[in-house]
Structure formats: structure tokens, C-alpha cells
Design a protein around this ligand. Structure first.
Ligand SMILES: [Zn+2]
Length: 110
């Protein structure tokens, strides 16, 4: 058993699990070639049978930070698109622009 600390992000509400220094990724984790940059030095992922993924960030100071991605973007291009739209700031921007666009269309018809 590994003792981890959990924190809630004050801006997005995400739960982050901080894994102690010295705990290397094992048990099928793959190093990821692409991920949103939050200051991490490396990204590691473990696909889960339910279509989600455990995502580890190796920070420059040696800490490991883990979170669970609801959709594993490595499964298919569709999964990658869903992940970008639901788990990144780009998805929030697309949703905002969609609401603005629909509002503009609705107001032009009124
Ligand atoms: Zn992630």
C-alpha cells in the first residue's frame, strides 16, 4: 500500500492525488508522447477496462501526481476528441463559443 495525499483544485475542482517521491510507474503504465502542459516533466498513462485512464505527471521536483481521465484518448480518434472537449480548456472554449453562437442565432430570429 502507498500513502498518497489528495487535493481538490481550487479553479477546476479536479481531485489530484500526490504519489510519494520514489514510486516509479509500473504495472503497465506507458509513457505518453502528448499531453496538456501543466509543468510536468513526463506523462505516464494506464488504460483501464472501462475506457478511462490513470494519468501520472512526473513533476520536475520528483513528485508524481495522479488523476483519472474519464475518457482514454489513446483508444481512438473519437476518444481523443471527447477527451479534448471534456477535459481541457479547449473544450470549455468550444462550449462557450457554441453557446454564444446559438444565442446569436436565436436573437437574430426573434
Ligand atoms: Zn489526464
Amino acid at each position: 500500500m502507498i500513502a498518497c495525499r489528495r487535493y481538490r483544485c481550487v479553479s477546476c475542482g479536479a481531485i489530484l492525488t500526490v504519489v510519494p517521491r520514489g514510486v516509479a510507474p509500473r504495472f503497465g503504465f506507458q509513457q505518453l508522447s502528448m499531453a496538456m502542459n501543466v509543468g510536468q516533466a513526463e506523462d505516464w498513462g494506464l488504460s483501464l477496462p472501462d475506457g478511462s485512464r490513470i494519468h501520472l505527471w512526473l513533476m520536475p521536483d520528483g513528485r508524481w501526481i495522479a488523476h483519472r481521465d474519464a475518457t482514454d484518448p489513446s483508444l481512438s480518434p473519437l476518444h481523443a476528441a471527447v477527451h479534448v472537449l471534456t477535459a481541457t480548456p479547449l473544450g470549455v472554449a468550444v462550449a462557450f463559443l457554441g453557446v454564444v453562437g446559438l444565442t446569436a442565432v436565436a436573437m437574430s430570429r426573434a
